[in-house]
Design a protein around this ligand. Structure first.
Ligand code: NCD
Length: 297
């Protein structure tokens, strides 16, 4: 694979190869410790990030690569008016791989159009966040043993949440998936994603309360209202997962979240074995190691 820009580029086979590689990395980390010896990775982040950036950096270091451009890209020549394409052209002379997060939906494709070194998209606008969705689906597979037949509820901001959009794209590669959407009316899933699900025979149920979700649902995937992506104030999340809400679901239900959380998940469930969001975030390291190896082999 040349670049990883979007979940749309995966086939079931290429996805499973990457997930299997991440699993092997997680189980046998020492096998990979010099795999990218001598390589240089340039992370450029035009938007805030903690987990994605630091786990991409950790992943590079764990493979023996070195990092440049550790400063926030908002302080780069972009501030002087340099175009994204020119920044990428320049980094091509320094690094063997570029990890980029940007607020524009098509930024990863723009970067890839001029880059001779692999681009790993670390989040582009409201559209794509492939590394997050890869670690999400890796976590689902690790916990359930399979992705086939997953019953998942997506919650929170289904309009601007790129993690939701990318995850749905990966799920269309599997049979037997069923999706429930629970959000405020203004954050309901855009039609193009509903149509995508429909085209893959995936049932989508739009809900207005937790009581409309099946008790034996496999995944409750919550997300933060992406207030930085729109004008106006749409208030706080109404559908909060707390102890009393979680008590209505069976023991196999996983609570997931890409993080950071605001009020979507209350801390009173953090110690419940069904709360997997911290483990999910930690899976970002083997997944991002697998991403580097997939594009830099
Ligand atoms: C997400 C993102 O950046 O889209 N964060 C992350 O990478 N884990 C979700 C969010 O910011 O709400």
């Amino acid at each position: 694979m040349e670049h990883i820009l979007s979940c749309k580029q995966f086939t079931k086979q290429s996805l499973e190869e990457l997930l299997d590689l991440a699993k092997d990395i997680k189980e046998n980390p020492s096998k990979y410790k010099n795999a990218l010896d001598g390589k240089i990775v340039a992370p450029i982040f035009f938007e805030p990030s903690t987990r994605t950036r630091l786990s991409f950096e950790t992943a590079a270091l764990r493979l023996g690569a070195k990092l440049i451009a550790t400063e926030n890209a908002q302080n780069s020549s972009t501030k002087k008016g340099e175009s994204l394409k020119d920044t990428i052209r320049i980094l091509n002379g320094y690094a063997d791989c570029i990890v980029m997060r940007h607020n524009e939906d098509d930024s990863a494709e723009v970067a890839a159009s001029v880059s001779k070194v692999p681009i790993l998209n670390a989040g582009s606008g409201k559209k794509d966040h492939p590394s997050q969705s890869l670690l999400d689906i890796f976590t689902i597979r690790e916990k359930r043993g399979k992705i086939y037949g997953t019953k998942i509820a997506i919650l929170g901001d289904l309009v601007y949440g790129r993690t939701i959009h990318s995850l749905l794209e990966l799920l269309t590669l599997y049979e037997g998936i069923e999706v429930w959407g629970l959000s405020k009316e203004c954050f309901r899933l855009p039609n193009r994603y509903k149509e995508m699900l429909q085209a893959h025979n995936i049932k989508y149920h739009e809900c207005s309360g937790f009581d409309e979700l099946p008790r034996d649902i496999d995944v409750l995937y919550h997300t933060r209202i992406q207030s930085e992506r729109f004008e106006g104030d749409f208030g706080k999340e109404e559908f909060v997962i707390n102890k009393s809400v979680l008590s209505k679901f069976l023991q196999n239900t996983m609570v997931m979240h890409p993080l950071p959380r605001l009020n979507e998940i209350s801390e009173d469930i953090d110690d419940d074995p069904r709360a997997v969001y911290f483990e999910q975030a930690h899976n970002g390291v083997p997944i991002r190691m697998a991403m580097y190896l997939t594009v830099m082999k």
